[in-house]
Design a protein around this ligand. Sequence first.
Ligand SMILES: [Zn+2]
Length: 77
Amino acid sequence: MKCFYCKGDTVETKTKFIVDLGECVVIVKGVPGRVCQQCGEVSYSNDVSAQLERIVNAVKNSIMSEVAIIDYEKGVA
Ligand SMILES: [Zn+2]
């Protein structure tokens, strides 16, 4: 798979996905993605994007702290 931005080569990696919801920052650890070796841009597969969306929505509906740290593999209970 080539980088969407610069067409550089990408390699599989585990990344952190961070989203700021205003009241709360969500950090998802161990997200499987692909990082571009040329520009460092990270991209996710459709499945991973959908799962990240589910996690963020679940956190939005149950904000308990200012920072939520979630393990991608475990997801949201
Ligand atoms: Zn790139």
